[in-house]
Design a protein around this ligand. Structure first.
Ligand code: NAD
Ligand code: MG
Length: 389
């Protein structure tokens, strides 16, 4: 008997020129009968986008930065198929042939596309954790009401998702998010004051884009992930714990009411969670080394140091306050990270800028997308201008 191949899944990949975007394209390239790229988007790296277009032959591409779009659309073999801005994104969500939107955009810029892709009824695979940090309330309400599919790409959340398969949500006791601890885990507070962007960008276990690499060094990334887990899995904040696990082999764990703990393990390679989001509920082979337990020898765990890494506590506190606090925290961080990378502020000024912006903001509890994006823009702007030593 000849088994008929299912039709390939049609994918719109947003942020295709980034670290997650490129890894997603590697997965697609390895399984051409299962996946087909219909759309790609990038913000400014139009040269790379044009190369990807020649390889994957999407129906259209989007350059979200309008100036870049004006300058560079002629780099493409078919300039008419190069769309721009938010309207470009909305066009692709209306295409009935798109089966899955992969959101690999970095930062608050990813919120609008997540919201509108879901609104159009699309299944979304989410790398952009900021979507849930900024607008978790709106996004999860829509997912629940319309019974939509929202799949995590973040490695910790993919791990939790896999541990929860076949389990009853009310039998979960705790979620244990693992964190590598970043490059400054064993630095003293005095050393932290003088770290350079180059040092912060040298992550010990993961190779990622600039913003998330700095967020991993401040541990704010883990704070964003607590909030992401809260929205995705509906677990109260005090039952989401963080443990430092420098080897990044256990990607997270779930403890159940009977004391049983499930974990998901693997080498730190984002192709694993990306591919799982693309193939769910099935799996496909991936060319990757098997875990070598002889070489690993030991997996170690420590408590995070909240004095040295205040961003983790700031994020938890922002989520406890709820409403616009997490969005403002996230935006202030985005601005602070950009300033640190430019050499304008010290590493230890990042939490200071976030706190000052949170204190200055006019909080709201319930909001529309436009209202929360307005808070996001206000906080980016405010944190970009705060004078700091
Ligand atoms: P990156 O900086 O490598 O790539 C970002 C992508 O977003 C690029 O394609 C860029 O063109 C696009 N982009 C940037 N600014 C934009 C804007 N204003 N509007 C539209 N598009 C824009 O980032 P990354 O490391 O791939 O991370 C992407 C997302 O995935 C982030 O939310 C990050 O937290 C999350 N994530 C990344 C990793 C990782 O391994 N890199 C792991 C887990 C989660
Ligand atoms: Mg992660």
């Amino acid at each position: 008997m000849i088994m008929k191949q299912p039709n390939p899944k049609n994918i719109a990949l947003l942020g295709s020129t980034g670290s997650i975007g490129e890894n997603c394209l590697r997965v697609v390239k390895d399984h051409p009968t299962h996946f087909r790229i219909r759309y790609l988007s990038a913000h400014s790296n139009s040269r790379r986008l044009a190369e990807q277009t020649r390889i994957f032959k999407p129906r259209a591409v989007i350059i979200t930065d309008r100036e870049k779009w004006k300058q560079d659309r002629n780099l493409f073999d078919n300039p008419a198929s190069v769309l721009s801005g938010d309207e470009g994104l909305l066009t692709i969500f209306e295409d009935p042939e798109v089966d899955l939107v992969v959101n690999a955009i970095v930062g608050g810029a990813g919120v609008f596309p997540t919201y509108h892709a879901l609104r159009a009824g699309k299944a979304v695979a989410l790398a952009n954790k900021e979507s849930l940090v900024v607008a978790g309330q709106l996004i999860m309400q829509m997912v629940k009401e319309k019974k939509l599919t929202l799949l995590p790409i973040d490695s910790e959340h993919s791990a939790i998702f896999q541990c929860l398969m076949g389990e009853a949500p009310e039998q979960v006791q705790r979620i244990i998010l693992t964190a590598s601890g970043g490059p400054f885990r064993s630095f003293t507070p005095a050393q932290l004051k003088t770290v350079t962007p180059e040092q912060a960008l040298a992550h010990p276990t993961w190779n990622m884009g600039t913003k998330i690499t700095i967020d991993s060094a401040t541990l704010l990334n883990k704070g964003l992930e607590i909030i992401e887990a809260y929205w995705l899995y509906g677990i109260p904040l005090d039952r989401i714990r963080v443990v430092i696990h420098p080897q990044s082999i256990i990607h997270s764990m779930v403890e159940f009411v009977d004391g049983s703990v499930k974990a998901q393990l693997g080498y730190p390679d984002m192709r694993i969670p990306i591919q799982f989001a693309l193939t769910f509920p099935r799996r496909l082979p991936l060319e990757i080394a098997s875990l070598d337990f002889k070489q690993l020898r030991s997996l170690t765990f420590e408590e995070p140091d909240l004095q040295k890494f205040p961003c983790l506590a700031i994020a938890r506190e922002a989520m406890t306050r709820g409403g616009s606090y997490p969005a403002v925290m996230n935006a202030a961080n985005e601005a602070a990270v950009a300033r640190f990378v430019k050499g304008e502020i010290r590493f230890t000024a990042i939490p200071e800028l976030i706190e000052k912006t949170l204190q200055a903001h006019q909080p709201i509890q319930k909001f529309t997308l436009e209202q929360i994006l307005e808070k996001h823009r206000w906080a980016m702007d405010y944190a970009a201008k705060i004078k700091i030593k």
